[in-house]
Design a protein around this ligand. Structure first.
Ligand code: C5P
Length: 417
């Protein structure tokens, strides 16, 4: 069966170029379902797209009486939704989650790969709101194509021209290829910090937000995988998807148990969690009195010093590597660790790769403010025993896709061996 792609066409003068895009996609063997906004129909007739795609063009929320929830049906049928041209209005509506016509309602219901090709007057494209919307969409995992620079229909010159149809078609084909790269694979992902309680109100933890792990989970789903996401406490909504099992945990020991269980059937484990290395030796079910945490030891320069005993937590990924070695997990299970470092990034990460018996380690510099912990972007070096692959600064989603592509290459190689 041909793969389905949704092509959203909005009301820019460049809408005529979407006809060529539609033709290129059909020529590549894709079943194209076109959705037009009412403004787009003022510029190109729906019958042109119907002839090119061989499918009825979707125009209105209520235009298919046989499908009671038309936008949901459309959103579920395709793994890639390309919006070309996307006017500044559509870009801003997508970022704000406005759903006031069939195109934007379908986009809101869509969970696959969104490819957006903006086309607008230069000022409207460069407007702060539009640029912020583009960043928002990128941070949520959409691919935004840069418009071409040149003469625009309004007479202005600058960025805002729709890229050539072939460039957009290539981006769609790339997104489709990615959408199958992990089909049939079970990917286990850990995310966030762990929290080690002293008592019901106090704990030891770290700054991990879980964003990288959640981006990996979403990217893996969009690449066709079955995903188990094991997450420490974070401020992110739990993803909901038929192909995702979400396992919330609090402590390192809970995470360890959940990972060892899920890893039984895993092809890949991505350990993006910042597992707390230590937990308090003493814990209490009721709130401890101020000094009950430990003995009051001494007074130093007027401050009370107390000492607390901590116990080392299990190293989850090392346990997995030992279990794989012992033959209790799939022998070609790919183990991927993450090394958040502040100095000597490469050598520290490489040492962890060897010590923990990993296949890949993803090193990033958490001393930089523009990447790593709590930021939207990341930039990493993927180290394997054989080679190093840098992934340039991009949104955590883009970094997640590129990393998963490396993982999928590795899985394919071990299928061949
Ligand atoms: O904390 P560290 O730098 O050693 O983390 C490196 C890798 O090991 C990460 O992938 C992390 O998720 C994993 N790890 C683990 N269990 C621990 C500590 C770290 O699986 N207790």
């Amino acid at each position: 069966m041909a793969e389905q792609v949704l092509l959203g066409v909005s009301g820019s003068i460049a809408a005529y170029k979407a006809c060529e895009l539609c033709r290129l996609l059909v020529k590549a063997g894709i079943d194209v379902q076109v959705i037009m906004t009412s403004h787009a129909t003022e510029l190109v007739g729906p019958s042109t797209f119907r002839s090119l795609s061989g499918n009825a063009v979707a125009l209105d929320l209520f235009d298919d009486p046989s499908a009671p929830i038309h936008h949901i049906e459309l959103a579920k049928a395709a793994s890639v939704f390309v919006i070309a041209p996307a006017t500044a209005n559509i870009v801003n509506k997508l970022a704000a989650g406005v759903a006031d016509d069939l195109l934007t309602t379908t986009a809101l219901a869509f969970t696959g790969r969104l490819v957006v090709a903006p086309a607008a007057n230069t000022q409207m494209y460069l407007d702060d709101t539009t640029q912020e919307s583009i960043r928002t969409l990128e941070a949520r995992g959409a691919t935004i194509l840069s418009p071409d620079i040149g003469a625009l229909a309004c007479g202005d010159k600058g960025p805002g021209r729709l890229p050539e149809p072939q460039v957009i078609a290539d981006a769609v084909l790339q997104a489709l290829k990615r959408s199958k790269a992990l089909a049939g694979r079970h990917i286990v992902i850990t995310a966030g910090p762990t929290r080690e309680d002293f008592d019901p109100v106090r704990f030891v933890s770290n700054h991990s937000t879980g964003r990288m792990g959640y981006a990996l989970a979403r990217a893996a789903l969009q690449m066709g995988a079955e995903v188990t996401l094991i997450s420490g406490p974070v401020n992110l909504p739990a993803p909901v998807n038929d192909h995702l099992a979400f396992v919330p945990v609090v402590s390192a020991r809970e995470m360890c148990e959940a990972v060892l269980h899920a890893a039984q059937s895993a092809d890949v484990v991505l350990s993006a969690a910042a597992v707390a290395d230590f937990r308090p030796q003493m814990t209490s079910d009721t709130k401890l009195k101020k000094y009950a945490l430990s003995e009051l030891s001494e007074l130093e320069e007027g401050e009370t010093v107390i000492s607390v005993k901590l116990v080392q937590n299990p190293d989850i990924i090392t346990q997995l590597s030992e279990a794989r070695q012992a033959g209790s997990l799939k022998p070609d299970l790919v183990l991927v660790g993450f090394a958040a470092e502040t100095n000597d990034i490469d050598s520290n990460a490489r040492e962890k790769l060897v010590r923990k018996g990993l296949d890949l380690i993803v090193a990033n510099d958490v001393s930089r403010e523009d990447i790593g912990f709590a930021s939207v972007d990341n930039e990493v070096l993927v180290i394997s025993p054989e080679s190093d692959t840098p992934i340039a600064k991009a949104s955590k989603f883009e970094v997640a896709w590129r990393l998963l592509e490396l993982v999928s290459d590795r899985l394919r190689r071990s299928d061949v061996d």
